[in-house]
Ligand binder design. Structure first.
Ligand SMILES: C[S@@+](CC[C@H](N)C(=O)[O-])C[C@H]1O[C@@H](n2cnc3c(N)ncnc32)[C@H](O)[C@@H]1O
Length: 919
C-alpha cells in the first residue's frame, strides 16, 4: 500500500512481528485468520476470489487454510508477488476488464468465497481516489453476486460512516445472514469493520439499482424526500470543517468517518459553488470544483458557459479550483472574491455601480417628495403622515444599529473563544489605549471610570466599556453561540436572513457588500489562526520553541534577575488571582487543545463554563480593589507581569510623585495639594453615591487622571473627582518606603517615565506589536539569509563527500581486517609446518617439496562458508524465539512455502549451470 515504515503509526505491533515471524506479507493476514476462526469458511471452500489482494497476506492465509489444489485468484491495482498455487492479476476491480479477466479464470466455475479488503489508494492518483471505500464495497459485491455460488460467503471491509447502514441493508437483501465484527488484529483507532455475509441467496435477477452506488447512497440517504435533521446537518458540517482545518485529527474518527470529510476525492460543479449560499462549506468539503454536469442540468450548462467565458475566470482561478486541498488562505479569499464578481456578472448580485445609481434615484425621489410636501399646505393628516414616516425611519435606524452591534458582539465573542483576545484586549482595541483599560481594575474604582479621562496614561474609560461590552456579550452568549457558526448553521442563517430582509436597504449598500466580504475574510482569518494555533499546540517542537521565545522575550525586557523577582511577586499574589489565572489558562488549553472524541459533547459544557467565567470576571468589580493589583483575569499574562512591576504601582499613583522620588520635580506643590484636596472631597463624596455619579457625569469630558498634560492645569479641578487618586496616594505611600532604584532596569525605566515621550514609548513598547502569527510563520519559513557560496567551495565540498562515500564503512573495514588477519595466521602456521617438513632429514627432497607445497596451497585456499541451515517454523519450531533446539551453526527460520521455493530456485540454478556447461 506504499505506506512508509516511518509513518505507519504503531505498525510494529504484535501482529506485525507475528506476520514477520510466520512469513506473512501483511499484518492484515491475521484479520482473515481471526475471521476464519470465527466463521470457518476457508476450510470448506474450493474456489476463492480475493479482490484488492495486494500485497497478498490474505491470499497466503487462503492458500494455507483451503484444501490443496483449490483455485485461488487475487486481483489488485498493484502487482502481487507470486504465491504457489495462487493466480494473481493486476486489475482495477471497478472496470469491466476486471470482470472479463475473472470470467476467463473461473470459466464455468463459481467462487465459494469472495473476499474484499480494499481501500482507496489515497493520494496515489485522482482516478483511483475517485471511488470511495463504500463504492468499492458495492463494486466487489457486484462481482461477487455474478460469480458466487448459492450459499457462498462474502467477506468485506467497511468503514463506519453514514453509508454503513445502507450497505448493511443491501447485504441483507442478498444474504441469509449478515454479521459485522472487528477482529482484535484490526486497530481500535481504525474505523474499519468487517462484515461477513453468509448464505448467498443467488437471486435470478438483481435490480441493478441495488448495486448502484448513486442509487444506494443517495436514495436511502434522502429518506424518500424526508428532510434531514438540521442538527445532524450542522454536526456533519462541523465535522467537515474540522477535518479540513485539523488534518492531524483525521485518524481519530473512531466512530466512523464523516462522509466525504476524509481522504476520498470529492468534487462539486462550479455552478453550485457560485449559486449556493453554503459556498464555504463547498470549499471545505471538496477536493476540487469542476465544470461537469452529471445530470445534464441545462441551468448548470448555461452557468458554466458564462463562468468559463468570463474574463475573471483566469488561469489561476482554474488552477485553484482544480486542487482545493492545496490552497492557502489567500487563495481561498481570492476564490471568494471571484465568486462575488461572477455572481454580479450573472445578475445574481448587484454591482456597486448599480447600487449607487439606485440609491441616487431613491434620494432624488425622496427630495422630490419632500419638495412636494413642503409646497403642500400643512394639514393634520400631512403632519401625522410625516410623524409616522419619521417614526419609521427612526425604527429602521435602531434596527440597523442593533444588527451592527449584534455582529460586532458575535465577532468579539468568537475572537474571545478562539483565545485570540483576552477580555481586556477588547477594551484595549476598542479604545486604542491598551493601558487605558487596565487602571480601572487597578483600584481606581468605578467612580473614576465613570469620570472617564479623555487621554493620558491611566484613562479608564476603555476598561469600563470593555467590561460592559463583554458583560453584554456574556448575556447574549446563548444567542450568539449559534450565530457564531452561523455560516454553517442553516437555522441560524435563516434567522439572519430574516433580519436582513427587515432592512433591505442596508443590505444593498456598498458598505454592506464590503461588510459581507470583510466578515468572510475575518472568519477565514480566524479559522486559519485557530487552525495554526492548534497545529502549533500539537507540535511539541513548536511548543518548546514558543516557550523559549517567550522566555527570551521576557528576559530581553527585564533581565533574568528581574524575572526571578517577578516570580516572587507572583507567588505572593492572592489565591483568588491564582484561581483566576489558572482558570483562564485552562480555558485556552482545554478549548483548543482537547482533541478527544467526546469533544462535541464537552464543548457545550465548556461554553457554559466559559460564559459563567466571563460573567464572573466582569461582574465582580471588587476582586482587586483590596490589593490594588491588576486583575489577572482581565490582563494577558505578559501585561500582568509588566504592570505588577512596583514601578507601575508608583506610576499609577502619579508620574509626578515618581519624578519627585527621583528628585526631578515636574509637578508643583500646589498641584499636589490639589490632588490631596480632591482626594478628600472624593472620600466624603463616597457617602452619597448618587451625587458622586452625577458629578462624575458632569465632569466626564474634562477629567484626566494624571495631571501630566498641560491641559489639566486649565481644567476645572472638580473634573478630577479623583477618588482613586487618593487611593493611589495611599498605594504610593505604602510602596514609597520599599521603593529603591536598585537595578539598572528600574533606573532606566524611571528615567524614561519622567518625560512625556519616554512615557509614551514605555506604553507603546508594552503593546504586542507583532505581526499576525501567519505572517511571522511565513517570515520564519522563507526569510532566510542567503550566504554567498562560491562554485569552487561547492566543488570542494562535493569532492570531500565523494571521497567520504568511497571509503568503506567501519564494519566492512573491520570485517576485512579480520579476514586478512586470519589469512595471515593461516599462512604463518603453514610456513611453520613447511619449515618443519624441510627440516625433516629422513624424508627425500622431492617428497619434502611436495608436502610443503601441499601445506602452503591448503593455507592459501579460502575456507568454504558453512552453509545456512533452513529451519521450517512448524511443529516444535512454531513461534520459537531465538535458536531452535538441536540446531547448530548458521540457521534461518522459514515457512514451508519459502523452503520449497528456495529448493526449487536451487534446482533451477543448477539446471541453468549445467545447461551452460553443455553448450
Ligand atoms: C488493505 S490493502 C489489501 C491488503 C490485503 N488484503 C492483504 O492482506 O495483503 C488494500 C488494497 O486495495 C487495493 N485497491 C484499491 N482500490 C482498488 C481498485 N479499484 N481495484 C483493485 N484494487 C484496489 C490497493 O491497491 C491495496 O493494495
Amino acid at each position: 500500500m506504499g505506506v512508509s515504515k516511518k509513518h505507519a503509526k504503531g505498525r510494529l505491533d504484535k501482529f506485525y512481528h507475528m506476520a514477520k515471524e510466520q512469513g506473512y506479507r501483511a499484518r492484515s493476514a491475521f484479520k482473515l485468520i481471526q475471521l476464519n476462526k470465527k466463521y470457518a469458511f476457508l476450510e470448506k471452500a474450493k474456489v476463492l476470489v480475493d479482490l484488492c489482494a495486494a500485497p497478498g497476506g490474505w491470499l497466503q492465509v487462503a492458500q494455507k487454510y483451503m484444501p490443496k489444489s483449490s483455485l485461488i485468484i487475487g486481483l489488485d491495482l498493484a502487482p502481487i508477488k507470486p504465491i504457489p498455487g495462487v493466480i494473481t492479476h493486476v486489475e482495477d476491480i471497478t472496470t469491466s476488464k476486471c470482470r472479463a479477466t475473472l470470467k476467463g479464470e473461473l470459466k464455468t466455475w463459481k467462487a465459494d468465497v469472495f473476499l474484499h479488503d480494499g481501500a482507496p489508494n489515497v493520494g496515489v492518483s485522482w482516478i483511483q481516489d475517485a471511488f470511495t471505500q463504500n463504492e468499492l464495497v458495492l463494486r466487489s459485491l457486484q462481482l461477487a453476486s455474478e460469480f458466487m455460488v448459492p450459499n457462498g460467503v462474502f467477506v468485506t471491509k467497511v468503514f463506519r460512516s453514514k453509508d454503513y447502514n445502507k450497505l448493511l441493508w443491501v447485504f441483507n437483501q442478498l444474504f441469509e445472514s449478515v454479521e459485522a465484527t472487528k477482529p482484535s488484529s484490526s486497530r481500535n483507532v481504525s474505523a474499519e469493520i468487517f462484515v461477513v455475509c453468509r448464505g448467498y441467496k443467488a437471486p435470478k435477477k438483481i435490480d441493478p439499482r441495488l448495486l448502484d452506488p448513486k442509487f444506494v447512497f443517495k436514495e436511502i440517504d434522502d429518506n424518500a424526500g424526508e428532510e434531514e435533521d438540521p442538527k445532524k446537518i450542522k454536526e456533519r458540517q462541523s465535522a467537515i470543517l474540522n477535518d479540513l482545518f485539523h488534518p492531524e485529527k483525521r485518524k481519530r474518527h473512531r466512530d466512523g468517518y464523516a462522509d466525504g470529510a476524509t481522504m476520498l476525492f470529492t468534487s462539486t460543479p462550479v455552478s453550485e459553488f457560485i449559486r449556493s449560499s453554503e459556498y464555504i462549506t463547498i470549499l471545505a468539503k471538496n477536493n476540487r470544483l469542476e465544470f461537469n454536469n452529471p445530470n445534464n442540468d441545462p441551468q448548470i450548462e448555461e452557468d458554466h458557459k458564462i463562468i468559463k467565458n468570463s474574463v475573471h475566470t483566469t488561469k489561476e482561478v482554474i488552477a485553484d479550483i482544480a486542487d482545493l486541498r492545496n490552497l492557502g488562505k489567500k487563495d481561498f479569499k481570492d476564490l471568494i472574491r471571484w465568486r462575488e464578481t461572477i455572481r454580479i456578472s450573472m445578475g445574481l448580485d448587484r454591482s456597486k455601480e448599480e447600487i449607487r445609481k439606485q440609491r441616487e434615484a431613491a434620494k432624488e425621489e425622496q427630495l422630490k417628495r419632500l419638495e412636494e410636501e413642503k409646497n403642500k399646505p400643512e394639514t393634520e393628516e400631512t403632519i401625522a403622515a410625516e410623524l409616522a414616516r419619521q417614526q419609521e425611519e427612526l425604527e429602521q435606524q435602531k434596527k440597523k444599529e442593533k444588527r451592527k452591534s449584534r455582529e460586532r458582539k458575535a465577532k468579539q465573542l468568537l475572537r474571545l473563544r478562539l483565545g485570540m483576545e483576552t477580555p481586556m484586549d477588547i477594551g484595549m482595541e476598542a479604545d486604542m489605549g491598551g493601558i487605558d483599560g487596565l487602571q480601572h481594575d487597578d483600584g481606581f474604582g468605578d467612580e473614576f471610570a465613570e469620570s472617564g479621562g479623555s487621554s493620558g496614561l491611566f484613562k479608564v474609560d476603555g476598561a469600563r466599556r470593555a467590561r460592559q461590552r463583554v458583560k453584554e456579550l456574556g448575556d447574549d452568549a446563548s444567542s450568539i453561540t449559534g450565530s457564531m457558526l452561523g455560516k454553517y448553521d442553516p437555522a441560524a442563517e435563516e434567522d439572519e436572513d430574516e433580519d436582513y430582509e427587515d432592512d433591505d436597504s442596508d443590505i444593498d449598500s456598498d458598505d454592506e457588500i464590503a461588510r459581507k466580504v470583510g466578515a468572510l475574510e475575518g472568519d477565514l482569518d480566524q479559522m486559519y489562526e485557530s487552525f495554526t494555533q492548534r497545529r502549533l499546540e500539537k507540535d511539541p517542537k513548536a511548543r518548546v520553541k514558543r516557550k523559549n521565545d517567550g522566555k527570551e522575550a521576557f528576559e530581553e525586557w527585564y533581565g533574568v534577575e528581574w524575572e526571578k523577582k517577578m516570580q516572587g511577586i507572583e507567588d505572593g499574589a492572592t489565591a483568588k488571582k491564582a484561581v483566576d489565572d489558572s482558570s483562564d489558562d485552562e480555558s485556552l488549553n482545554s478549548d483548543w487543545g482537547d482533541d478527544s472524541d467526546t469533544e462535541n459533547a464537552q464543548s457545550s459544557s465548556r461554553n457554559k463554563k466559559r460564559k459563567s467565567r466571563n460573567d464572573e470576571v466582569f461582574e465582580d468589580d471588587t476582586i482587586d480593589e483590596h490589593d490594588g493589583a491588576l486583575s489577572s483575569a482581565a490582563l494577558s499574562k505578559k501585561a500582568k507581569v509588566f504592570f505588577d512591576n512596583p514601578l507601575f504601582k508608583m506610576a499609577s499613583g502619579s508620574s509626578g510623585m515618581f519624578a519627585k522620588e527621583m528628585g526631578i520635580e515636574d509637578m508643583d506643590d500646589d498641584d499636589e495639594e490639589d490632588i490631596k484636596k480632591a482626594a478628600k472631597e472624593a472620600k466624603s463624596s463616597k457617602k452619597d453615591k448618587k451625587d458622586k455619579k452625577k458629578k462624575a457625569k458632569k465632569s466626564k469630558d474634562d477629567v484626566d487622571i494624571l495631571s501630566d498634560s498641560d491641559d489639566d492645569k486649565g481644567n476645572d479641578k472638580k473634573g478630577f473627582e479623583v477618588v482613586r487618586a487618593s487611593k493611589a496616594d495611599e498605594d504610593f505611600n505604602q510602596t514609597k518606603g520599599n521603593f529603591i532604584l536598585d537595578t539598572a532596569e528600574k533606573y532606566s525605566l524611571a528615567q524614561k517615565l519622567v518625560t512625556k515621550s519616554g512615557k509614551r514609548d514605555v506604553i507603546d513598547d508594552a503593546f504586542n506589536r507583532r505581526p499576525t502569527p501567519w505572517f511571522s510563520q511565513d517570515e520564519n519559513r522563507h526569510n532566510k539569509i542567503n550566504l554567498p557560496v562560491t562554485k569552487e567551495a561547492m566543488d570542494l565540498m562535493r569532492q570531500k563527500l565523494r571521497a567520504m562515500d568511497a571509503r568503506p564503512i567501519k564494519k566492512v573495514a573491520e570485517a576485512k581486517f579480520r579476514q586478512k588477519m586470519r589469512a595471515q595466521n593461516r599462512l604463518e602456521k603453514a610456513k611453520k609446518k613447511a619449515s618443519a617438513i624441510a627440516d625433516d632429514e629422513d624424508t627425500p627432497e622431492l617428497s619434502k617439496l611436495k608436502d610443503a607445497a601441499k601445506v602452503m596451497s591448503k593455507a592459501l585456499k579460502k575456507k568454504p562458508k558453512s552453509e545456512t541451515k533452513l529451519v521450517v517454523a512448524r511443529h516444535q519450531n512454531k513461534g520459537v524465539k531465538g535458536r531452535p533446539k538441536g540446531i547448530k551453526g548458521r540457521y534461518k527460520m522459514v515457512d514451508g512455502v519459502m523452503k520449497k521455493e528456495m529448493k526449487r530456485q536451487k534446482g533451477k540454478d543448477k539446471a541453468a549451470k549445467k545447461g551452460k556447461r553443455n553448450k
